[in-house]
Design a protein. Structure first.
Length: 475
């Protein structure tokens, strides 16, 4: 009797607990593509084109096609550098404002085909897309709507030419993970400003590459976060109301882009684009940023609920210069030395409220992305306690919300017990996909986090790290 009863009882308990439903999603939520994209965390941007050779940042559009003449182009080297640096994707300036196309675009007379580079047979998009797929890196393209070369720019006809440009680039180089649009707009030869047909442009991307995220000032896939220094708002909602706005001059205010909107209607996460060098394009006399500066960039972008798009410009040979690739190796080494050792190892987690066994607090300590701690729907202010197996020195606290169920936390406080007294270590607002708090160095035994949610918190990770490379960074 006992022998039958026990397994049955166990089964019944398991079944009962398996029946406890997860929390309802809160507010607008990401699509599976947006979740996959956010989890990439860091991508590489490559500005490459006639400006690489002229030393300009914005080409005039009148540059001779022959100006583009990389002597040793090797996109496998770019992909290898990206991989070593921990980047998951590469986005290239397939066409910048000067209009020059790095692929033989039949909708333009200003492309690699008209140049004498490789006898007019060269195609950077072909080489890079191949190199990326070989290296297991995703491939994305930046195609500037502003075109200082196109004769029809400034007229409605240009929108159709631009659509054809998109159509060609989006159908010849395999899957595109992100289509990058900037909002820059100028006047055409007729002296008129172009009126962009964004519905046509976005619709073309959605039709041909439905899985691609569209970046612009206002999304719809992900949005510019308002500056080019990768300093995201400490409060950063992945929500934005973009109705009535457009990329460029009609975009929302910069601080709105920087912080997102608590009650934004759509899920449009932030992307931080920044260059490893002062310019976007390669200039001989410029140097890459220091590891300290790159770490700062990481903390104020990835650490504040944003994806980092780090520009690393190839030089006139068509290679990423040694100074930059070396710096990226050092950067990756620093990230690894900080984040490969989660100091909560062996810790135990407790909470004052539990929804069901499968949503227990221990879930915040494992690395399974889809396992999270959550509480009853009505409990908006639970407390989580992490008891460390021994006193642990740390100065970085990482938290992650399980964003498939929306962004729910609007405030939280962290207290730390060092064996004698409690310290108020941090007080912050949003978490989102990832938040890294930069604190004093504590020698802690217990960590207590008080969450304040707009709906019951859903937290999939809490981790502690000790950064000895840039411990002077405190925010
Ligand atoms: C801006 C452009 O004007 C810059 O040249 C650069 O490409 C930057 C990433 O986007 O809109």
């Amino acid at each position: 009797m006992r022998r039958i009863f026990l397994p049955l009882l166990l089964l019944a308990t398991l079944k009962l607990s398996a029946q406890v439903a997860p929390p309802e999603p809160f507010g607008p939520c990401p699509t599976p593509q947006q979740v996959r994209w956010q989890r990439m965390e860091m991508n590489m941007f490559c500005h490459f084109g006639p400006n690489t050779f002229s030393g300009l940042e914005w080409g005039e559009g009148t540059e001779a096609e022959d100006m583009f003449n990389p002597t040793q182009l090797d996109c496998n080297q770019w992909a290898a550098v990206a991989r070593v640096a921990g980047m998951r994707g590469i986005i290239i300036t397939a066409k910048h404002h000067d209009g020059f196309c790095l692929w033989p675009n039949p909708a333009s007379q200003h492309t690699v085909k008209q140049s004498s580079w490789r006898g007019g047979k060269g195609d950077v998009l072909k080489e890079l897309s191949k190199a990326c797929s070989k290296a297991g890196i995703k491939f994305g393209i930046y195609i500037s709507p502003w075109d200082r070369n196109a004769p029809t720019y400034g007229t409605p006809e240009y929108n159709n030419t631009f659509k054809q440009t998109l159509e060609h680039a989006l159908t010849h180089y395999g899957p595109i993970f992100e289509q990058w649009f900037d909002g820059a707009c100028g006047e055409g030869p007729n002296g008129k400003r172009q009126v962009y047909d964004w519905d046509l442009f976005n619709g073309t991307v959605a039709r041909l590459q439905p899985q691609a995220l569209i970046f612009s000032d206002v999304g719809p896939g992900c949005h510019w976060m308002g500056n080019e220094n990768a300093v995201n708002g400490e409060t950063c909602w992945s929500r934005l109301t973009t109705d009535g706005f457009a990329p460029g001059q009609a975009s929302p205010a910069l601080d709105t882009l920087n912080q997102g909107q608590r009650d934004g209607k759509y899920w449009i996460p932030a992307e931080s684009d920044v260059s490893i060098r002062p310019g976007w394009f390669y200039h001989q006399n410029e140097q890459p940023k220091s590891v300290q500066e790159l770490l700062r960039i990481y903390y104020t972008s990835v650490g504040r609920n944003s994806l980092l798009l780090l520009n690393v410009p190839p030089d006139t040979r068509g290679l990423i210069p040694a100074a930059d690739s070396l710096r990226l190796v050092e950067f990756q080494h620093a990230l690894n030395s900080i984040f490969s050792k989660d100091l909560t190892k062996g810790a135990k987690a407790f909470s004052n409220q539990i929804r069901a066994k499968e949503y227990g607090p221990a879930n915040v300590l494992d690395t399974n992305y889809h396992r999270y701690w959550t509480v009853d729907d009505t409990c908006l202010n639970p407390t989580l306690e992490i008891v460390l197996p021994r006193p642990v020195k740390f100065n970085r606290i990482m938290l992650q919300e399980y964003i498939p169920l929306g962004q729910r936390i609007e405030r939280f406080e962290v207290e730390v017990f060092d064996g004698k007294v409690w310290h108020r270590a941090a007080q912050a607002t949003t978490i989102g996909y990832k938040r890294i708090l930069l604190t004093e160095t504590y020698n802690a035994r217990v960590l207590r986090i008080h969450f304040h949610g707009r709906a019951c918190p859903v937290i999939n990770r809490v981790a502690l790290f000790n950064d000895t490379v840039s411990s002077e960074l405190k925010r």
